[in-house]
Design a binder for this molecule. Structure first.
Ligand code: ADE
Length: 244
C-alpha cells in the first residue's frame, strides 16, 4: 500500500512514521508513505494557499489551485488512480470497519485541510470520501490523517507481529477486549486472576469471553446488540450487572 499525505505541514509526519511499528513496517516494505507540501504547488507570488471566503465570514479558505495541482501531480506517481480521502469533521466517522476496508486499497491520497475550510470545488471534483476521526474539530487534518494511517496499517499482514492479535483485540469480534496481565503474578499483593495461571485453556477462553462481555455491557452496551449471546451468557451477564 502506498499513501500520499497532502498537507501544509509535511514535517509533522516524519517523527511518528519513522518510529516503532510504522517505522519498521515501512523499512520492511509493507507500506510506504510520503508527505507532500501543498504550498510547493502554489503559483502565486507569495505561495499563498488560502484566501478570504466569498460571502464574508471569519477565517480563511484553502484555495483550489494549489490543491488541484498537488493532487494531479501526486496521482502521476500511481499506476492506478488512488482513492482521494479528505480529512474533515463532516466526513464518515472512522471505525474499525472503515479502517480495515481502506487498508485494502493499493494507493491512497489523504488530503489535510487547514484554516477554516476547503474550497468546495476541491471536495466536489477531487475527493472520493471524507473521513472524520470524531465529533470535535481539530485545527487541521494532520492528526486525523495520522490516526487513520495508524489504524489502517495494523490490518496489513505482517505489520503487527502475531495474526492472533487481530482475532483477540477489541472490535474484531464486536466486543471490547478482556483484561490482560503479565508477570509478576503477585504485584504489591494484587493477584492475577487464578484461572490465567491454571494452564486450562478452555477455562481461560471461557473467562476471557465472560470478561469481554462484561466490559462491553458496562461501557458500550450498544455493541452487544449485534452479538449472538447464548441464553446462559445472557443470564450470567444479567446477574453480574445486577450488583453494579
Ligand atoms: N479536521 C478537523 N477536524 C477533524 C476531524 N474531527 N476529523 C478529521 N479531520 C478533521
Amino acid at each position: 500500500m502506498k499513501i500520499s499525505v497532502l498537507t501544509l505541514f509535511p514535517e509533522v509526519f516524519g517523527p511518528y512514521f519513522s518510529a516503532s511499528v510504522p517505522g519498521r513496517a515501512q523499512e520492511n516494505g509493507l507500506f510506504s508513505m510520503e508527505a507532500v507540501n501543498i504550498r510547493d504547488f502554489a503559483t502565486n507570488k507569495h505561495h499563498h494557499t488560502d484566501d478570504a471566503p466569498f460571502g464574508g465570514g471569519a477565517g480563511m479558505v484553502m484555495m483550489p489551485q494549489p490543491v488541484f495541482d498537488c493532487v494531479e501531480a501526486v496521482k502521476k506517481g500511481y499506476a492506478r488512480p488512488p482513492k482521494v480521502v479528505f480529512m474533515s469533521p463532516c466526513g464518515r466517522v472512522l471505525d474499525h470497519t472503515l479502517a480495515r476496508s481502506l487498508s485494502q486499497e493499493e494507493g491512497l491520497i489523504l488530503l489535510c485541510g487547514h484554516y477554516e475550510g476547503m474550497d468546495q470545488r476541491v471536495i466536489d471534483r477531487l475527493v472520493d470520501l471524507e473521513v472524520s476521526i470524531g465529533d470535535y474539530v481539530l485545527t487541521g487534518g494532520e492528526l486525523a490523517a495520522m490516526v487513520l494511517i495508524d489504524a489502517m496499517i495494523r490490518f496489513i499482514p505482517g505489520v503487527v507481529g502475531n495474526s492472533d492479535v487481530h482475532v483477540e483485540e477489541s472490535f474484531e469480534n464486536g466486543l471490547l477486549e478482556y483484561p490482560q496481565y503479565t508477570r509478576p503474578a503477585d504485584f504489591r499483593g494484587d493477584l492475577v486472576p487464578s484461572v490465567l495461571l491454571s494452564g486450562n485453556h478452555a477455562a481461560i477462553a471461557a473467562w476471557r469471553r465472560q470478561q469481554s462481555l462484561l466490559t462491553t455491557a458496562r461501557r458500550r452496551p450498544e455493541l452487544l446488540e449485534g452479538e449472538a449471546l447464548t441464553p446462559k451468557e445472557r443470564a450470567w451477564l444479567a446477574e453480574q450487572l445486577k450488583t453494579d
